[in-house]
Write a protein that binds this ligand. Structure first.
Ligand SMILES: *[C@@H]1O[C@H](CO)[C@@H](O)[C@H](O)[C@H]1NC(C)=O
Ligand SMILES: *[C@@H]1O[C@H](CO)[C@@H](O)[C@H](O)[C@H]1NC(C)=O
Ligand SMILES: *[C@@H]1O[C@H](CO)[C@@H](O)[C@H](O)[C@H]1NC(C)=O
Ligand SMILES: *[C@@H]1O[C@H](CO)[C@@H](O)[C@H](O)[C@H]1NC(C)=O
Ligand SMILES: *[C@@H]1O[C@H](CO)[C@@H](O)[C@H](O)[C@H]1NC(C)=O
Ligand SMILES: [Zn+2]
Length: 494
């Protein structure tokens, strides 16, 4: 009698917080008030190629790999430049969908140009074709902190990160780390749940010296020391075992040479087009009526350069469907540089090329309570990181081009409710609330019948307060799925 009566009660007590938390979530209030929420820090060392860790001793990267996971080949998104890739990491979207299509680009509808080197970056309109994870975390009631991640000091969909540093490349890495640690260590109500941290090296040195230069060795060792500083500060603050730490990058780097220069002036007059962005991938806007002339002069001009009409850009680049992508796209072959003439600046290292090239791939290591230990995964797509981070943070991912299924083997625990099926997906959540609500009404009614029957037959002692499930944070991105699962479990038990 007691047993039979107890089961539906436990189920209901498990359900009530889910129902109410779901409502709170919709109104932008706090989730997981009772227990500490999962923490995640995403770090990018700009231009840290995947194989730099094999080149000089990098004991701190090695330690993270042993304590956690490593992915050897992360295929990033095209074009393999800084701004598009950083925005993909926090949105899970290809550039054609998130809208930050290059480091420099033009929007014909706005009649404005974006450049990472000007204040144009602060115009929200560039960023609002997508929603970065820090905004989603905050809308779910969490807090975020950003130390100079591209876009993180811009108001996007009405929000800045809860805490952030305005971009200033002169602020040392150590200062950025100290601020992030402060934000994670704040009292519970103010502490951030999700942090992003950006550092400009080894990209700058890679461009200047070329990645194959032996002078890069000391630069790479220096980054490992910076990672050591971060690990130490996390330990000193008592955060090392609590915070999930992901260390990655936006792209790799390849060696260039002055023998591999393509001068566009040799093929077509610069009066016939406007040049957008920089080598090795750039857009051309032919002057009025000059499209065919420019295209035909360039298309077969040089074997080390691919010239595409926008509609012919290869499918696998996912780089076509956006008005910010220009009518003609030119891509240099790996190692080649495109200029107008040789007086243009030249660098010894660059990135931006075909995203299937290994030289364009970034490093990836991660550790923390969410991750497996001492596990090496051969490959992943950088867009899969977003659903993985959403899962770790227990926030519902927005539609994206990645899949949690592709990377769930990195996790210590198999996700119990996969809410990110492989693309394509359409309105995957639209029926869940309705079904959830209906089932919950039926459940509550059913419970009341059982409860009233029991109470009238026999005085119950005390209600099972403090049921373990009540105070547990929701570890699923999709509260409704979680809710339905509980329901099913409950029905079976009855
Ligand atoms: C675009 O803006 C420029 C000024 O930056 C202006 O000269 C030009 O007329 C504008 N073009 C259109 C189509 O509005
Ligand atoms: C950038 O940071 C440096 C070093 O901390 C500081 O001296 C400088 O004033 C900062 N610049 C701006 C514009 O805040
Ligand atoms: C190369 O281009 C610059 C402008 O970018 C121009 O001043 C110079 O005359 C050009 N040199 C040659 C050799 O065409
Ligand atoms: C990109 O590189 C891959 C192989 O690395 C190749 O198969 C593909 O054709 C390249 N795409 C373009 C458009 O160059
Ligand atoms: C990427 O995801 C977005 C959002 O779901 C979708 O609109 C777009 O079609 C996807 N792109 C590809 C190539 O699947
Ligand atoms: Zn970069």
């Amino acid at each position: 009698m007691l047993r039979r009566g107890c089961r539906p009660l436990l189920c209901l007590w498990a359900l009530l917080p889910l129902v109410s938390l779901h409502r709170l979530n919709q109104h932008g209030h706090r989730l997981h008030a009772a227990k500490e929420r999962p923490k995640l820090l995403l770090v990018s060392f700009d231009g840290f190629r995947w194989d730099y860790i094999d080149r000089v001793p990098t004991p701190n990267f090695l330690a993270l790999m042993k304590e956690g996971v490593q992915v050897e080949q992360v295929e990033n998104i095209y074009i393999t430049k800084t701004f598009p890739n950083h925005y993909s990491l926090v949105t899970g979207l290809y550039a054609e969908t998130h809208g930050i299509v290059a480091n420099e680009f033009y929007d014909p509808a706005l009649n404005l140009s974006f450049s990472m080197e000007t204040d144009s970056v602060y115009d929200s309109r560039w960023w609002e074709e997508a929603v970065p994870l820090w905004v989603t975390v905050q809308k779910a009631g969490g807090r975020s902190g950003a130390a100079m991640w591209p876009g993180s000091d811009v108001k996007i969909h009405g929000m800045f990160p809860s805490q952030y540093l305005p971009y200033n490349m002169s602020v040392p890495f150590e200062t950025r780390v100290e601020r992030i640690i402060e934000w994670f260590s704040a009292p519970r109500e103010e502490a951030v749940d999700f942090g992003v941290l950006y550092w400009e090296e080894p990209d700058e040195s890679g461009h200047r010296l070329g990645p194959e230069s032996s002078l890069m060795d000391v630069v790479i060792a220096g980054i490992d020391e910076k990672l050591g500083f971060l690990r130490n500060e996390l330990r000193k603050a008592g955060l090392y075992e609590k915070v999930n730490l992901i260390v990655t990058s936006d792209h790799g780097m390849t060696q260039l040479s002055t023998d591999k220069i393509i001068e566009l002036d040799e093929y077509v007059s610069r009066d016939l087009y406007t040049w957008v962005d920089k080598s090795p991938v750039l857009g051309l806007i032919p002057k009025e009526g000059k499209f065919e002339e420019v295209y035909s002069k360039l298309v077969d001009a040089n074997p080390y350069m691919a010239v595409y009409k926008k509609e012919d850009i290869p499918e696998h680049f996912h780089y076509q469907h956006n008005i910010r992508i220009m009518p003609i796209l030119i891509e240099a072959q790996e190692g080649w540089t495109i200029v107008q003439n040789r007086t243009n600046p030249f660098m010894l290292g660059n990135h931006g090329y075909n995203n299937t090239l290994r030289s364009m791939h970034p490093v990836f290591v991660a550790r923390g309570p969410a991750f497996r230990q001492d596990f090496v995964k051969p490959s992943m797509h950088s867009v899969d990181l977003y659903p993985l981070m959403c899962h770790i943070l227990s926030v519902r991912p927005l539609p994206n081009n990645g899949s949690l299924l592709n990377v769930k083997d990195l996790l210590a625990q198999e996700p119990t409710a996969i809410s990110t099926p492989s693309p394509p997906r359409v309105n995957e959540y639209s029926y869940a609330p309705v079904i959830g609500s209906l089932i919950s009404v039926v459940m509550v009614l059913g419970f009341l019948v059982v409860y009233i029957k029991e109470v009238t037959l026999k005085q119950l002692p005390s209600l099972p307060h403090g049921s373990k499930e009540m105070s547990q944070p929701l570890l699923q991105e999709d509260l409704h799925l979680h809710f339905l699962e509980k329901q099913r479990g409950c029905v079976r038990q009855i």
